[in-house]
Design a protein around this ligand. Structure first.
Ligand code: GLC
Ligand code: CA
Length: 553
């Protein structure tokens, strides 16, 4: 089937179902709740939804531990509710993509239950190894979430590999039967009408033969032996050849530690694999390192230069060759206003950040709550955290410091219930929600934002409308100005005829801004900004804190 690459015109909204909207009053978000809010989603101007996992799961990793790939969890309303949402979305011109989590399953998945008892054909569905002759673990790899990457299984009398939580055993993708299962899953959902997949840590699925010890890496030992592993392109090509190529669908790969150059080996449109490019877009992590080193748990002082480098290198690196996925938030990172913006200038900085990424080239994703400028959550005790990753980070730190680190880095900061109103339980549910609500819900909520023409929400709507109207945003070239500035991020999109100039201040103070040479204010039209009073002289202005201006020349 011809690939129309429809996603290049789309804007996506990510739903993390537990915390989006409770429709049946049991305190847990669900599909009935999503159904109620489809018009709201549509009103943002988005035309795609990515659902974090909706499948049956014991919930050790909030659904990323799947026990049945071909069903929808009862707590979310089951298959019937899903079909209703899918139809409702399609009727509104909204496409739907699912989360495909096939690096690992839940330990409650039938495949694992049978594999541990060596029941064929499941015996080699997972990565089982005996201890080393000296009795030690099969190798020295680390798990991302819980200690070492190996767990002893009594029933089988062997260790199994888990790159994530203990209860998330890794599948053995080298086994052709497992790849057949993946293809069945893809086909099942595509035939049901979904429009594509976000593929969870998909670059981890091929492990180096022999699973060697890692003597190089101090932390995340082993990652160089399974990230972008030996057969990764082969397996992705196989999925494309046998299933994906038969549908006009979209795929999005989560890819830790990937540069634009490396990304091209997966997503190049100029030089794709024999069956087409492996996947369509990458979720890269470099744009998440403006205030940390590699992961949120290695915090650094925010550096605008580092952030600019991340965004710009992907814009320049993929231009004309492949397509970017753009994001500032998802369920795995704290809220962006609290990180790259300012809680003190919440509205201003939320808007500036929105414009900063929405006018770049690529398909933008907005994470639930981002569109109203939700901020991080600051619980008083460690015990209030739920997330398996959070609770296993730096457990050796004294409590006070640990709490401070979690405030800054935890994924739970972005997982509190969506704030719909100033009413009881923030309008998320009629019952006590499954998880704490951010204390600021009385000021920060959808109801308040709907009533205020200058809200963050309405700014998102305007920015999305503009990005749709201006073809230059989709196709224009990219050029960065003020490269060395630690205060401003300025870039231009151009189609030869017109130029779009986006000027973003990342400063809490007023700052003098000088227009790059070659631009004349008197010729430009200000099409979007986040302050009412806009001052200007011929070639300079004093920017307010976190001011953003978008000009069309
Ligand atoms: C991905 C998901 C994350 C999950 C992990 C293990 O990074 O986005 O939420 O915990 O994979 O599946
Ligand atoms: Ca519910």
């Amino acid at each position: 089937m011809e690939r129309t690459r429809w996603y290049k015109d789309s804007v996506f909204y990510q739903i993390w179902p537990r915390s989006f909207k409770d429709g049946n009053g049991d305190g847990m978000g669900d599909l009935l709740g999503v159904y109620e809010k489809l018009d709201y989603i549509k009103s943002l101007g988005v035309d795609g939804i990515w659902f974090s996992p909706l499948y049956p799961s014991p919930g050790v990793d909030c659904g990323y531990d799947i026990s049945d790939y071909m069903d929808i969890a009862q707590e979310f309303g089951g298959m019937e509710a899903f079909k209703k949402v899918l139809d409702g979305a399609h009727e509104r011109g909204i496409r739907v993509i699912m989360d495909l989590v096939v690096n690992h399953t839940s330990d409650e998945h039938e495949w694992f239950q049978k594999s541990r008892q060596r029941i064929d054909p499941y015996t080699d569905y997972y990565i089982w190894r005996p201890a080393k002759p000296d009795g030690s673990l099969p190798n020295n790899w680390d798990s991302m979430f819980e200690g070492k990457a190996w767990q002893w299984d009594e029933a089988r009398g062997e260790y199994y590999l888990h790159l994530f939580a203990i209860r998330q055993p890794d599948l053995n993708m080298d086994n052709p039967l497992v790849r057949e299962e993946v293809k069945k899953i893809l086909k099942f959902w595509l035939d049901l009408g979904v429009d594509g997949f976000r593929e969870d840590v998909i670059t981890f699925i091929s492990k180096k033969e022999g699973l060697p010890d890692d003597h190089l890496y101090p932390a995340s030992k082993g990652i160089r032996f399974y990230n972008h592993g030996p057969h990764i392109h082969e397996y992705l090509q196989e999925f494309r050849r046998d299933v994906l190529s038969k549908y006009d669908c979209m795929t999005l790969a989560e890819a830790p530690l990937v540069s634009p150059e490396m990304a091209l080996s997966y997503i190049s449109e100029e030089d794709p694999g024999p069956n087409g490019s492996d996947i369509d877009m990458m979720i890269q992590f470099q744009c998440m390192t403006g205030d940390c080193f590699l992961t949120d748990y290695m915090p650094l002082k925010f550096s605008l230069r580092r952030l600019k480098k991340a965004f710009t290198s992907w814009q320049e690196g993929l231009l004309g060759k492949a397509w970017n996925m753009l994001y500032l938030e998802n369920h795995d990172h704290p809220r962006v206003v609290s990180r790259y913006g300012s809680e003190k200038f919440r509205k201003e900085s939320a808007k500036m950040l929105a414009a900063m990424y929405l006018f770049q080239q690529g398909t933008p994703f907005i994470y639930q709550g981002q569109e109203i400028g939700m901020t991080n959550w600051y619980p008083k005790t460690i015990g209030q955290y739920e997330d398996v990753q959070t609770l296993n980070q730096k457990t050796w730190l004294p409590d006070g410091l640990r709490l401070k680190l979690y405030h800054r880095a935890s994924r739970d900061s972005a997982r509190t219930p969506m704030q719909w109103s100033a009413g009881e339980y923030a309008g998320f549910s009629t019952a006590e929600p499954w998880f704490s609500i951010n204390e600021n819900y009385k000021e920060v909520n959808v109801e308040e934002a709907e009533a205020d023409p200058d809200s963050v929400l309405n700014f998102y709507r305007r920015a999305i409308r503009l990005r749709r109207k201006l073809k230059i945003v989709k196709d224009g070239s990219f050029k960065e100005y003020d490269h060395s500035s630690g205060k401003f991020y300025t870039y231009e999109r151009s189609d030869g005829q017109h130029r779009l100039l986006v000027i973003c201040s990342f400063s809490e103070k007023e700052e003098l801004y000088k227009l790059p040479s070659g631009f004349d204010f008197s010729k430009g039209r200000l099409i979007l900004c986040n302050y009412k009073k806009v001052s200007r002289k011929a070639d300079r202005f004093t920017a307010h804190p976190y001011e953003v201006r978008v000009y069309l020349f």
